[in-house]
Design a protein around this ligand. Structure first.
Ligand code: ADP
Length: 160
């Protein structure tokens, strides 16, 4: 039984994240999408909203669960007896930071393996911040986020 943890801000979840979640769910027996509370990265959506969005978009994927954690990822990883950390890589710009994080996590706990999944070509340009900027100015974000959360994102961000 292999368990994966896919951590991130998910502020909000996009099709890019959904692609990684689905592919991780096909590779591992269990996947936990972990909303990491990062005090250095102010969020636009509350933890509750982000969790609710993730629950809605992963509803049909039976081996995926959603959780929230405010401490060190590696502590959660050990506590849950997980096998791998999953990360999505969009471009070289993601690589440097993610590579550093993978090494730091392995240094803190030697069993912590990070698996990188290359972003799907169609979502390699996609980020939560881009989605937020477009939605704030009334642009169409339907190609970037699942329909089940589209209206909620728009109504929260428009007119800000
Ligand atoms: P962001 O960098 O957009 O704020 P997160 O912190 O929520 O996103 O990212 C969580 C994880 O998902 C990271 O490993 C990140 O590289 C990955 N990710 C984010 N957007 C995409 C995408 N469009 N395609 C593939 N992976 C992505």
């Amino acid at each position: 039984m292999k368990t994966a943890i896919y951590p991130g801000s998910f502020d909000p979840v996009t099709f890019g994240h959904v692609d990684i979640i689905k592919r991780a769910a096909a590779l591992f027996d269990k996947v936990t999408v972990l909303i990491s509370i990062n005090p250095l990265k102010p969020a636009s959506f509350s933890i509750e909203e982000r969790k609710d969005f993730l629950l809605r978009v992963t509803k049909k994927i039976t081996n995926v669960s959603v959780d929230v954690f405010g401490g060190l990822l590696i502590d959660y990883f050990q506590e849950k007896n997980a096998d791998v950390i999953v990360k999505g890589l969009r471009a070289m710009s993601d690589f440097e930071y993610e590579f550093q994080m993978a090494l730091v996590n392995k240094d803190m706990f030697y069993k912590a393996e990070t698996v990188f999944l290359a972003a799907d070509a169609a979502s390699t340009f996609l980020s939560s911040s881009m989605v937020k900027q477009i939605a704030m100015f009334g642009g169409d974000i339907s190609a970037f986020v699942p329909e089940v959360i589209l209206d909620d994102i728009n109504s929260r961000l428009q007119g800000r």
